[in-house]
Every structure is written in structure tokens, then in C-alpha cells.
Design a protein around this ligand. Structure first.
Ligand code: TUI
Length: 325
């Protein structure tokens, strides 16, 4: 028995689509210096959830991004609050001033202090989690879903890989789990769903898009990457970050091996993400990217990234189904 296209779309439609008011259960990771109104507008217009990144930028900068995104899409979009930022309070207040922000994701910390404020405005709160214990805590304080992010992802990482992390969190909580870390195509999407996820979040794949407003050199670094092109630095400082293995990463690792202290390493890393993303210095800058960069081989429009993933996922599901019956 064949499967009709309509049934396929239903297969990929999950409760995450209902909660976030989106067509496909795909979120674009909030990436500092990368996820601005251009990328976010394009992703939301294509039926997924675009997410503005606050990174370590001040509240008024984030507010401008919200206003500019409002001009580009009337569809649902979100803001990511990076909890290591010194401007978290200002960013939270900027979000609360704008009814257009329907979703907040948080990263690199515990959002407990802010959750009630968001929920009282009807904003869905989806923390990024890197362990079962933290996922349970987030469910207990009222999170609407969690993003289970494996250490394959780019930027700030936890310790567990996606393959064991996602099903353990799925088993531990009743709220929907969105898988992140290592996903860049339809194969990863279906694999995540097989692990029990109800959606996926991708970062690296969306950097290599036409609409992403950063240096072409950064995008080239992703599309030319192979399986061993990334490394995690900063485990010593307690801020582990996955980056491209370039001159900066090698110097950073050398300093770590020589026993540099936390302050020295943090000082050394300052401003380096901007240097890579905006100035295009991909040798001396911090090129945050995930391990899946090795399967990202082209820069294409956001709508093509999404339609290719959906098409590939549908073909895989159909094949699996046919083999099963
Ligand atoms: O946040 C991220 N990834 C990021 S943030 C970022 S910006 C940055 N810039 C300079 C230096 C450092 C960062 C770049 N990439 N991902 C979400 C994420 N959150 N991954 C892991 C976690 C996480 C880890 C531990 C969340 C919570 C947590 O524990 C909280 C607790 O209280 O136990």
C-alpha cells in the first residue's frame, strides 16, 4: 500500500507545530552574531520557527532586532536568551514589551527566575537542556517543551551526545522534546523523531543559507568542513565551546595546555565570534559550528533548505514503512 503526500505531511506534523504555530516542527537555533532579522524572517516565512539570538548583546540591540523582524514576518518567531549574558534582565524586559514574540528559548543556564514573567504574557518557554536532571527541573517549573542539545552542536556545549541524550530525556519528561546537535538534513530529522523527539533545532545548516547575514568566509568554512573539522575548547574554564579547528582554536588549546587561568582564557576569547562572523577573519576568529558541518555542502535559500529536508524525510519514512509492511 502506498502512502499519500497528505499522510506524510501529517506524519511530520507534531504537537510542537501546534504549540509554536508553525507548519514544520523545525526551529532555527538562536546563534549569537548570526540570527538576526534576515535569517529569522526567512525561516519563519518558510513555515518554521526563526529565533533571534541575544548572545551577549545589550537589550536595546535585541529590541531593534525584534522590531526589524516584525517588519519581515507576521508569522511566529522567537528570541533566544543566552543566560551567561550580563544583559539578561534588559533583554527579558525588551521581549516583554513586544507581543510579537511568541516563544523564548534559553541557553547556557537556568531560566527559572524569568519563567513566570514570560508565561504570564502567554509566551512559550523552551529551555535548552543538556541532561536528564535539568530537563526534569525545567518541566517542574513550567517549561512548555525542552530542547535536548547534544554535544555535537556548535557553540556552548554540554557533555552528552544527542543519540543517548534525546531518548533519555524523552523517557523522563511528559512535555515535548526537541532534538538539537548534529542535525542538518532529512536523515537527522527522521532519526530524531525515531528517538522520540517531536521536533528538531538546527543551527549550522541555517548559517549556510543565502539569507544569513554574515561573512561568506564563515559560510565557506562550514561547507568545506569534514567530519574532524571541529574541536571543543574551554572545558577548563567551564565554558566549553565547539568551534572550527583553526589558528585561534589551536592557540587557545596551547594556552590551556600551558595552564593559563580562566581569566586569561576568557580575555583571549573576547570579541572573537564577532571577528569571524562579521569581519570574516576565520583564522583568528571563533568559528562556532557543529559536527554536522561535514554534511553541509552548499549555501542555499532557507526555503530550499527546509523543502529539501522535508522531502528527504518523507522519502526515508516511506521507505521504512514499505520495508516494515
Ligand atoms: O547556548 C548555547 N550555545 C551557545 S551560546 C553562545 S554565545 C557565547 N559566546 C561566547 C562564549 C560563550 C558563549 C554560543 N553557543 N546552547 C544551549 C545550551 N545550553 N547548550 C547547553 C546548555 C546548557 C548547559 C548546562 C544549559 C543548561 C545547563 O545547566 C544549567 C544548570 O543550572 O545546570
Amino acid at each position: 500500500m502506498g502512502i499519500y503526500a497528505g499522510e506524510m505531511v501529517k506524519t511530520l506534523y507534531t504537537e510542537v507545530c501546534d504549540i509554536l504555530e508553525i507548519k514544520y516542527p523545525i526551529l532555527q537555533g538562536g546563534m549569537a552574531w548570526v540570527s538576526d532579522e534576515y535569517l529569522v524572517g526567512a525561516v519563519s516565512e518558510a513555515g518554521c520557527l526563526g529565533i533571534i539570538a541575544s548572545g551577549t548583546a545589550p537589550g536595546d540591540w535585541v529590541e531593534t532586532r525584534i522590531i526589524e523582524t516584525e517588519k519581515r514576518t507576521k508569522k511566529s518567531f522567537g528570541v533566544n536568551v543566552m543566560l551567561l549574558s550580563p544583559f539578561v534582565d534588559d533583554i527579558v524586559n525588551a521581549i516583554l514589551r513586544h507581543d510579537s514574540v511568541k516563544v523564548v528559548t534559553t541557553g547556557a543556564g537556568n531560566p527559572a527566575k524569568y519563567i513566570e514573567k514570560f508565561k504570564s504574557k502567554g509566551i512559550k518557554v523552551i529551555p535548552v537542556v543538556a541532561s536528564v536532571a535539568f530537563a526534569k527541573r525545567m518541566e517542574a517549573i513550567g517549561a512548555d517543551a525542552v530542547i535536548a542539545e547534544g554535544n555535537e552542536s556548535g557553540g556552548h556545549v554540554g557533555q552528552l551526545n544527542s543519540m543517548p541524550l534525546v531518548p533519555q530525556i524523552v523517557d523522563a519528561v511528559s512535555i515535548p522534546v526537541i532534538a538539537a546537535g548534529g542535525i542538518a538534513d532529512g536523515r537527522g530529522f527522521v532519526a530524531a523523531m525515531a528517538l522520540g523527539a517531536k521536533g528538531i533545532q538546527m543551527g549550522t545548516r541555517f548559517i549556510a543559507s543565502v539569507e544569513c547575514n554574515i561573512s561568506m568566509k564563515y559560510k565557506e568554512k562550514i561547507i568545506s568542513a569534514n567530519d574532524r573539522s571541529t574541536v571543543v575548547t574551554g572545558r577548563i574554564t567551564g565554558h566549553p565551546v565547539r568551534v572550527a579547528k583553526n589558528r585561534l582554536a589551536r592557540e587557545f588549546m596551547k594556552l590551556e595546555a600551558e595552564g593559563a587561568n580562566k581569566e586569561q582564557l576568557e580575555e583571549f576569547g573576547k570579541g572573537k565570534l564577532r571577528l569571524a562572523a562579521k569581519d570574516g577573519d576565520v583564522r583568528n576568529g571563533s568559528v562556532m559550528m557543529g559536527q554536522c558541518a561535514g554534511i553541509v555542502n552548499d549555501v542555499k535559500p532557507v526555503k530550499d533548505i527546509i523543502s529539501d529536508i522535508i522531502e528527504q524525510a518523507e522519502i526515508i519514512i516511506k521507505r521504512l514503512y514499505i520495508h516494515e509492511t
